[in-house]
Structure formats: C-alpha cells, structure tokens
Design a protein around this ligand. Sequence first.
Ligand code: GLC
Length: 737
Amino acid sequence: MENNPFIEEIISQMTVEEKAAQMLQVPVSVIGMDAAREWAKKGVGSFLNVLGDDMKELAEISSKESRLKIPTIFGIDAVHGHCLNREATIFPSQLTMACTWNRDLVEKIGHVTATEVATEGIQWTFSPILCLARDARWGRTNETFGEDKFLAGELGVSIIKGYQGEDLGDDTAVLACAKHFIAYGEATGARDSYDTEITMRKIRDEFLPPFKKAVDAGCATFMTAYGSIDGTPLTANKKALRGLLRDELGFDGFLVTDWDTVNALINRQRVCDNHGDASRVAAEAGNDMIMSTLEFYDAVIEQVKSGKLEESYLDEAVRHILTIKYRLNLWEKPLKQGVPGSIGCDEHHEVALESARESVVLLKNKNNILPLGKNKDIKKIAVIGPNADDIRAQYGDWTYFTHPVPGIEKEPQRPYVTLLEGVKELAQGEDIEVVYSYGCSVNRREYYKGNFPGIPEFMEQCYADNDHDAPFYEEMPLISEAASAARDADVIVLALGDNYNCAGEYNDRADLNLSGMQEALVRVLETLHVPIITVLISSKPLAIPQVVKKSDAVICAFNGGMYGGKAIAEAIFGKINPCGRLPISFPVMTGQVPVYYNQFPGWHEGRYVDCPKDPLFAFGEGLSYTRYEYSDLKFNKDTLTVTVTVKNAGEVKGTEVVQVYIDDKFSSVMTAVKNLAGFERVELGAGESKTVSIKLEEEAFTVVLPDETRVIEPGDFDILVGHSSKNEDLLKVTVTF
Ligand code: GLC
C-alpha cells in the first residue's frame, strides 16, 4: 500500500501525544461528556457508544478545535440493525438471519442497517461476527452465523457488502468490522474470552476462511478477540495479527482491540504486570486502535519517550487509521449523512418482516397438523409460555434493552409484533378465539426485577423470598393457570426458550436444558391431550428432546426481530411456507456438545453410551409445507460445477435451499466426514422442477497439512447434494482428482 501524501503530511506534524490519542477509542458511556470533550480536543481517534447531539458535539470539537483538526470516528454495535437506537429497524439476530441462507437478503439487511447508522451520523459498525459457534454453551452463539465456516464466510461477505457498499465515501456506507480475530468461539468449554487450545493448522483449516473472505471483500476494520491461543492472548499475538492477518491475508484496514483487552493482559490474562508493558506489547503485536483502555495513552507515550517502544509502531497504526478515515472522506464530511428520515421507515420495516419470514425453521410437523389455516375445526387456540409476549426475549442481545446508551429510554418501542399478537391478528380473520397464559418464567431474577412491569405480584414476592437457584416451585400456580386456560382449546401454541440474561457476553451456560419450570409446564400441558405446537424463541439451540417428543409440531424462531412474532404466526396459519434451514446443530443433551455436523471420523462407535449418536436436529435441516425431490446429480470436474434437478413434489409453492457438501475420502491429515461447499436457494411452484447449478471453490477440495500449507491431494471426493447435512437427505457422486 503506497503512502498517501496527504496522510504522510499529517503524520509528520503529529506529536507522540497526538499519535497516542489517535490510537485511542474512548467509551463516552463510561467517562461522560465532560471528559469526552477533553479527549476530542486532544485529537482522540474514535469514540464509541454515543448518539445524537452528544456525538455531533464531539465531532465538531475534533474536526474544528483539536490542533490538527483530524476528524474523529464513531463506532457502535449495530449488529442486527441499528438496535441501540429505539427508533431503528430491528432485524433478526445474526444466528436467526443465518437461517435464511439468503446472501441477497443478508446484504439488504446490511445496507438498511448502514443507512440507519449513517443517518445517525455514525461511520462504523462493529459487525459482523465471523466466529463459529460450535459449542452452544457459549453465550455469544446468537451473534454468529452458526457453526460452519463456509456459511459464515458467505453471509459475512454479504453483510459487509451491505454495510460498505461500493465506496466508503458514500452517504450510506459505513465501515464493517470483522470480529473477533480469531477462533474466539472455540475456547475450551465454550467459555467466553477463555483460552483456545488449538493449532495454527486448525485455525487455518476451520476458522480463517470466513476472515479471509472478509479481507478479500475489502472489510475496512477487524477486531481482535478477547481470548488467547494456547496461552498467548490475541491482543499480544504477533503471529496471528501481523503474520496471518496482515502479511498473509493482506489486510490493509485498521485493527481495533476489543473492549479494554490491553488492561486484560494485566488483570485477566496476567501476561503483563504494568500498563507500559501491556501498551507496548499491544502496539508491537499490531493493534492499531485501542478500545476503552484509557491508561494506554500515558503508558505508550512513556514507552516511546523512554526508548522502550519505537515510535514507528505508532506511525504505522496511525497510518492505518487515517487511511480509512481518508477513504471515508471524513475531512469533507466529518459525519455521515445517510438518508434523512430513513430510520425505522416503512421500507426498512418491510425488510425486517421479510427477514423474519425467511428465518422461520419448521422442525417437526406430525400428521401435518400445520398449517392450522386449513383445519376448520380449530375454534380456540391457547397461546402459552414465557416467550409468547415478551419482546425482550424475542429481540435477544444487542438492543437498547441490553446495551442502553445514556439518555436512551429502555421501555419497549413500537412497532413490533410478539407471537401472541401475531396469532391474535390472524385468528381474528378466521373467527378463532385466542386465550393466553404466561405459564412460567424463564429466568426470573435479574431479568424480571424492574424490567418486566405487570409481572404478577406474587412473582415479585417469590423473587424477594428465594435465591436464584430455587427451582421456582412457587410458580406452580402459574402453571396450573395455564393448564386451565388451555384445557378446552383445540390447539396450544407454546413459546419457550431463553432471554437475554441467559445469553450474550459473560453469560455462557453449563446446562442447555430449558431453564426454570418450562419442562414442568410442558409435562402438565401434555396431560391435557391437546395438540401442542412448540415455538422456540431463544438465542441458541437448546437440548429439548422431551419437548420435541411431546409436541405435534416444532418451530425454531431464535430471535426474529421486530416482526418475529408475526412471521411465526404466518407460518402457523400457512400464510407463508417456512423455508428456514438450521445454521447450527441442536444437541440431544448438553454433554453431547460439540455436536457440529462436520466432525472428524474415528470415534469408537461415534456416540456416548448414554446419548444417541445424532444431534436432535441437524445442520441444514428444515421442513416445508411441500416436499422436494432431487435427481440427475452431475459434477463437472473442469468447472467444479454441480448440477442437480430439484422438483417441488407437493401442492404449494416453496423455496428450497440446495446444499452441497464434500467428503474427501482419504487424505494425509484427517478431514471432516463432510464440509459445506456450496448452497443456492431455489423457488419452485407446486409440481415445478428446475436444474440448479452451483460452482464450487477450489479450496473446497483442499486440506491443510501439518506444515500449514493448503493443498489438493489426489484421490476420491464424494460430492453430496440435497436438503440438509443428513446422509439420508443427500444424493452422491464421486470424483477422482
Ligand atoms: C464488546 C464485544 C464486542 C463489541 C465491543 C464494543 O465487549 O466483545 O463484540 O463490539 O465490546 O461494544
């Protein structure tokens, strides 16, 4: 990357203090506006978590009052819409949007999000997460695109394109941020920010591909992960940050640390015992911008002035930052313009509804009980459960509920549609009575205290009397109330799952069973012998084999955003034909994780003696109100192209997600029993057939050797094509290279 004379001129004028300030990202939500104003005058590089007039004031000070008038940049976690702004469009979570397997739609979500973030004036979103969620105990599973590197890479590129558009200088373009580099979700025991016992070979094979695609897509920023690789924190990991990301992948944007990770080198990971060493180590490892560690400023200045750290490290970091600011055209427009009036506009809400509809995954439909709309005997529906009418549970993480920006209210902001509201709306048109009962709580303590007005008085007393671990037996009256409500219903719609206190950063789980009295609620409802349609509104897969067994139908909705409830109700009534497919496997029980589909072979018997071999639900799985038949599978070895004929053999139109997996039969290092290598969505009318062509990447046929080189080894490869990762759903053709 040749040097830009405009930037070189600025750097030549900067003092070491100004370089240190430019490398800093300051959390306004922590230090307040008075201190933030002072940092703006010092020429701080960036602020985070500030909106509205406060943000505009800081932008003004930076670009007009600081000595060199270098514009500052604002970052925010707009990770499924600009959700820290109550007025904004709130999309399904990243895991939920991954259920769509729809590149174009995910790009559209990115573009709408960027437009609303830019309309706020902000130039940068800390999104997408490209970590893989291969152990659902991890609290941040909901923020990922699921367990697979190919799906995560494809959808990651889509949303980055949506965020950044064609030119970073455009009014609606914002910087994307591929995070968290690298293998953050793979920590031992799925413990957030903990150590990952992994080799560089495994990192290259499994975790690098999505980040490589992000670099190739021009992602402007990356974020360093909290954790460590075999004892070396990523913040201090020169081999990962400089060797892999910069030198090998050719990343030319800037790298920001995660929150206060420079201090974490001292107070969590204990690889440094003072701020000077930690700041020097972070700069030498290749971190360009330091998030929230304010001590970095004085410490790094002292390191340079005492000769312990070459000032050239600061020059290099500042160069990376200013180059991106230059590409944002910040000196002309210190704040983004966006599209005035577009935040929360109808057109954007339409995209949120479309996303929610396409993310609904039908997992069980015994005797085709669904869709209800065709069954005229249904006169009364009982909507039961803690997540049927709780927008906080439906939204999940990273909204104005979970990460409030100072000055922003936390009360729910309309419009949104919960499952109960969606069912009521559609039942009205069918002259069906709807009754509702709460049933039981999910995680009463911190979650409900003061957060959930209208909770029955006696629940407050329960909260006051019992400690966190009490099994909530005092909720039995709620359960019996629900049973009474459902007793003479024709069908029960049961909304279970988790809420944001059971998920997210700092909230890993050791137990993936349903929390609270939810299993008890199901057992009581089962005694009524009323058909049960269970809807999982949760941040992640949960171990629910008994619930699945007791349910006539099961829908996985995860966190569907502002119209999640509407989309689920439409699927239940048959207004839409579900087309979602799982981006992550469901475990039968907690002890079965990691249960991701692309396991290595070689496990004796391939199962635990006390757990079935297969997952509860498989990667890529999802039913429809129609059925698809595959035939004529062919593979062109020269063009690496798969062709297959898909027929809609049912009576209603639908969208199929054709999936292509590759199994490298024999190789000098072990490879997974199959790996996703391609997918395409195809819309088919009733009875219609289409031939689908999917071109595969050469990389899909490679292995990473112990010397960390990636090669294609001669031999046989099975090309597997079909409806899900399950062998019974796949046609096979074998090719020899
Ligand atoms: C958080 C998260 C990161 C987020 C950042 C700023 O701790 O790890 O994903 O972007 O801090 O909020």
